[in-house]
Write a protein that binds this ligand. Sequence first.
Ligand code: NAI
Ligand code: MG
Length: 342
Amino acid sequence: MTNLAVIGGDGIGPEVVAEGLKVLNAVLPGVETTDYDLGARRYHATGEVLPDSVQNELAGHDAILLGAVGDPGVPPGVLERGLLLKLRFAFDHYVNLRPARLYEGVTSPLAGVKPGDIDFVVVREGTEGLYVGAGGVLAKGTPREVATEESLNSRSGVERVIRDAFSRAQSRPRRHLTLVHKQNVLVNAGNLWSRTFTEVGKEFPDVVTEYQHVDAASMFFVTQPQRFDVVVTDNLFGDILTDIAAAISGGIGLAASGNINPTKEYPSMFEPVHGSAPDITGKGIADPTATILSVALLLDHLGHTDEADKVEAAVADDLAAREPGAGVRTSEVGDRIAARVS
Ligand code: NAI
Ligand code: MG
């Protein structure tokens, strides 16, 4: 019995999560779910972001499905650091997995790029780098103000995410892995990443490897996305690159992600890349596809690979059948995909 924690969150979050659950129930009946009220609404009502008791309860689940959190009334950083990043660190989500695929029926903003040309996955490190909150501020508000943000990279942290990326590359037909960093300038961290990459690579002799600086990779994501199969990179570079990846493969309504702890010591958390979209909340026009694809990642992580493949195939069929230019009705997309998988 799978035990799923559900955080619908704010704005369109609950709308898209409802469709994700619809599809989950259709493909794998009997999943038990518990709803958690977290996000801007709770913050405004009680001042709480993530009480320890809730964090402990979440830890007892097999996985977490999250919609989105945030609204314009919450100061920047409160929910990002206090909820999303806190869970990523507390549950050691060291693999931030973000697939990019251009489906049939979806138009890329890149001229001349066809479905099939984009099919790669970015493995972004999720627990270290510039996101650990190492830094401080001195003489704030004065002309002498100094602010620092340090990037922390541990050998063990780098090694585990690189090993995960190699093994994902090994299981894909092309068996190709690109390390992205900036080792010519960020010489300390860059050297640690590239040495570790070379050493771990010896365990995977059948995986073809490549290295690119992050600026070059940004260019190639746009000019030659066909080059990529699996990409492994640090936390900040991965954050930025995956927005490019989402943009070239059909946009925010389709981009899925997993915050994964491959050891399964703590639950992994799956969520669409997009936010709470206050501009379209309540209109019933949010595209739930990113959430449904996140459910596919969730199923795959829990070992339900057939079900995961079914959901992905149903999404592909649904996208191919959509009328070009016609708008999306949130619940109709969920109904159609649920019908295809059941
Ligand atoms: P956003 O992703 O919510 O919206 C950006 C644009 O994309 C908007 O025009 C929106 O209508 C559209 N959009 C987003 N998801 C869509 C969907 N499924 N279907 C159709 N259109 C969609 O980003 P924005 O506006 O910068 O942030 C809004 C709020 O969300 C903020 O409070 C922000 O902090 C929060 N946020 C939360 C995230 C999370 O929970 N992981 C991630 C990004 C932002
Ligand atoms: Mg981002």
